[in-house]
Write a new protein. Sequence first.
Length: 730
Amino acid sequence: MKADRNKLTITLALGLMIGLLGIAINHLPGSATWEEQVGLDLLFKLRGQRPPPQDVVIVAINGTTSSQLGLGEEIPEWPRSLHAQLIERLDRAGARVIAYDIYFKKARNPDTDAEMAQAMREAGKVLLVAYLQQQQLDDGRQTHQLEQLIPPAPLFADAALATAPFVLPKIPVRVSRFWTFSGAQQHISLPTLALQLALDPQGERLRQLLIQANAQGADPLSLSHDPLRLAQQLRSQPGLIRQLDEILQQQVRHAPDPRQYEELLALTSLYQGTTHPYLNFYGPPGTIPTHPIQNLIGNAEVDWSQFRDKTVFVGYSGHYQPRQKDGFYTVFSQPNGLDLSGVEIAATAYANLRHRETLKDNPGLATMVILGFGLSIVLILRNLPGLSGIAAGILFSSACLVGVYILFYLQHRWLPWFIPLAVQMPVAMIITQLSHYRQIRKSRERLRQLFGYYLPGDVIERLVKDNRQPNNQVDSAFGVCLATDAANYTALAESMSPEALQQYLNRYFELLFTPIRYREGVVSDVIGDAMLAIWPANETDSTLPQQACLAAIEIDELIRLSDLEPKLVTRMGLHCGDLVMSHVGAIDHFEYRAVGDIVNTSSRIENLNKQLGTRILASDDFVRHLQGVVTRELGQFMVAGKQQPLTLHEIAATETHADPQTLVMHEAFARALTDWKKGDRERANQQFERILEAFPDDGPSRYYQQQFQASLRSHERFWDIQVHQNRFDL
């Protein structure tokens, strides 16, 4: 038990070390990006392209726009009446929101600028992107971060419903995340503003929901009608957002049509969630439905119904963008150099927020996953040495990757896999295999030292297959003993010639040795018809009693089914504990054999089979290690050489071969034994008698019945003596 605890302690310590190593690597500034650039990359590529959102479309200015519309190469010089026509047609088509990812920095032609501004006012649903200028100012003592939100030209800023920035990192940094609220001042971003205006532009739906629910502590009338102020107001009241979220969750569960409430849940999730979520891409460039602007304002026939109730993002997108570098490196960047455009990323961010599909990363959960993987992989590799451990480790790691992918695919949840599989597993494999190799070498040398002079080499090799090693250099080990003896052997020997007896015993011992060797036991001694088999190990091994027990059951079965005549009923005793291997002999003759208390005790246990009418008996220490074996407790018995009684059990059969009637008899015997232990011997005897009526050959019940009868006779003799003494006194 101490060895088991020591091994478990070492294993847990090693697993904790591997887990903490993974956590440390995951939090290093440089290596932290591995999980994002390699781990997340593979998950997206395994999943591939997924169905695009149905409530967002893109209107793209691409490389052929200028030639098809007869415009110059300089995009800023294009007449803004182009956008006026687009806005008018999208408005008539029933577009819900029109969001421009084009920064109209300066005024150009007064006439066309005014035309565009008028179209924006009449539509009342146009959003424009603003420029968020960020600077660092060093005054010699500390560095200050300065932010300035620069709106588009005043004419357009006034005509637009609202303006908002959309900040993305510069090329070539891979884009994996976006801002819902940008900068130190938490400016609402363009996708977030588009979502607010598309679902609840003035907060009326949220306000009505609060009124209907009669929410305590909330003043629905205090919600601003300005979309920008409304967003900031809701973010500043987390208690109100949580309250709204709870109300909406109930409405979704109970409403006949929950879709209207699910839209509002997107808003409450937005205001409660992180301001820097991960993008859940839909696929490579062009995955989101995209329409070239020249097709919508030219003479081409257009199905305008595809824009109804949709949020439309307008921006630069295509294979070629003259004088406009608006591509961003992402996981879906193409080998030919084509990247996702800024407007596609904005539309992706909007759709992610709208459908609550942004990737869910939980740093705390990721830490627990890395720590748990470290502990698990070490437990596997430590308990399954060699190729079996490596195979199990690879299988476990593959299962972890599959689990991570399923969560990513079904729940948009991103958990780490690269550091566990690419760092923790190889390190754990190297350390544990080196540990196993070191322990195997020590075990081989130790066992050769103990057995090499006296046992054949093949026996030693079978023993050293057990990779669990001793903890100190002593000549003792853990072991299991199986002692056997044949009933009526003396009479048999007298009735046979020496030659016939030799052949008979050879056949008899073949039946005994075969299961023992098959179960990796060692025959230690054979004297006459008695045999002692051992299962030695260098430390406590809970699997050895199971092997010895199965060998005993198989011996009993082989003898009963063999053609050996006459059959010798073989009684067996099983015990486990500290086993000492020592030199026994004198002068010029020595033997190396197992000696010690468990050898003697197993022999004493075997002898008790005669009194109890059983064939296989085992100690309580032995039985507690068994699995899948039917046993019966027989009570406590004193054996020679022991000051304390031993609790003995009968080994009946494996659970798969147990007779149902035997199980019924065992239950009845257990009840009777309980009464016997309590001192209610008369009631126990009645139950033993009933057992014998149904099972006349049950030796243990017969034994207890005889014990009860003997106690009655002893009691009667005691009272007879007392009566004679009283008469003499008179």
